[in-house]
Design a protein around this ligand. Structure first.
Ligand SMILES: Nc1nc2c(c(=O)[nH]1)N[C@H]1C(S)=C(S)[C@@H](COP(=O)(O)O)O[C@H]1N2
Ligand SMILES: [Mo]
Length: 321
């Protein structure tokens, strides 16, 4: 990953989300007011042409709080949408938000295939109803040394996997981002091996902390954060959390991952946050939380060791980075 001098957003520029969004929220609320939906976990959409054109900003309803959330203070909506990695749009951190504004997230189908009893093509709005939407406030640690706290809204990845009924032979899950060079300018260029791909071991994918995010704060996921469907695995470096997913396939062998293909000595398959294992070009011992000045020590498994360390007992984390 390209390293930039950490010239982050000065806190004076960070408008707290409520005022930043107040007008948009009011509009979305007015649209949603017409939608009396019973039972809860529905996206209030298709109620107004504007809402279907640009789903981001529309309120999600029926969100339940998760016991897995951190009590740390989340970063602002503005931080989370204006300091991103999304190489399909730009290798700059500030540009993807603007460049992804018109990205089309409807209609959207996710193909579930490979070693499963029930392969399927699921519409994104069907996926949204698989499980109650949960708010998951997670730490997010990028391999380049910065971090944030992000209030995702999503469903457990396991809820989707169970639908497909993986075969006992399935040992890994592979994820793929959409190919849309007409919409993603860098997919016409030789920036990365497109489409972006990632993978998890099956037990990692079934872990209750692993989610598919569909929202941020209480709204539909902004395009820049990976709408309409994005993986979040909070004990791993950020690049594991693949955006704009269109394919999930089950395999018996370790799937390729984009950054491992680019530089295998720098990015392994596991990519667990590990302050003791330095990146060949920089230390991983500490991190800068966006919005803070002083660095913080990085925590083993990004602070989720109690929950996930058991997945790796018997694995040499120095070799399996
Ligand atoms: N498709 C795709 N997914 C991606 C990336 C990308 O460039 N393309 N960047 C990754 C990296 S390096 C990080 S740190 C996170 C950043 O997520 P965020 O922008 O929501 O903070 O997305 C990951 N997922
Ligand atoms: Mo990253």
């Amino acid at each position: 990953m390209l390293i930039k001098k950490p010239s982050d957003i000065p806190s004076s520029e960070i408008t707290p989300k409520p005022s930043y969004l107040s007008r948009r929220k009011f509009m979305a609320g007015a649209i949603a007011a017409g939608a009396a939906l019973a039972g809860g976990f529905y996206l209030r959409e298709h109620m107004d042409s504007e809402a279907t054109v640009q789903a981001a900003g529309v309120k999600l309803s029926g969100i339940v709080k998760s016991p897995f959330s951190t009590s740390e203070t989340p970063n602002s909506f503005k931080d989370i949408t204006n300091y991103n990695n999304y190489y399909e749009f730009s290798t700059d951190k500030y540009e993807p938000n603007g460049l992804s504004k018109d990205f089309r997230t409807r209609p959207w189908t996710v193909s579930i295939e490979g070693m499963v009893k029930k392969p399927k093509k699921l519409d994104i709005d069907t996926i949204l109803k698989l499980s109650p939407l949960e708010e998951r406030i997670y730490r997010h640690r990028c391999v380049e040394g910065w971090s944030m706290v992000i209030p995702w809204v999503g469903i457990p990845l396991s809820a989707l996997i169970k639908q497909a009924e993986p075969l006992p032979s399935a040992k890994f899950v592979a994820f793929q981002t959409i190919s849309a060079p007409d919409q993603m300018p860098n997919q016409k260029r030789d920036v990365l091996d497109w489409p972006y791909v990632e993978g998890l071991r099956m037990d990692e994918a079934m872990h209750p902390l692993a989610i598919l995010a569909v929202g941020l704060y209480d709204e539909v996921l902004p395009n820049v954060d990976g709408a309409p469907l994005r993986l979040v695995v909070p004990w791993k470096y950020g690049f594991k959390s693949i955006k704009a997913i269109v394919k999930i396939s089950f395999t018996d062998s370790m799937p390729p991952t984009t950054w491992n293909r680019m530089a295998a000595n720098e990015y392994g398959f596991y990519s667990n946050v590990n302050p003791q294992k330095d990146h060949p070009r920089w230390s991983q011992a500490s991190e800068r939380r966006i919005g803070e000045f002083r660095k913080r020590p990085t925590l083993m498994f990004n602070g989720y060791a109690d929950q996930v360390a058991g997945l790796y007992s018997g694995l040499d984390l120095n070799k399996n980075y």
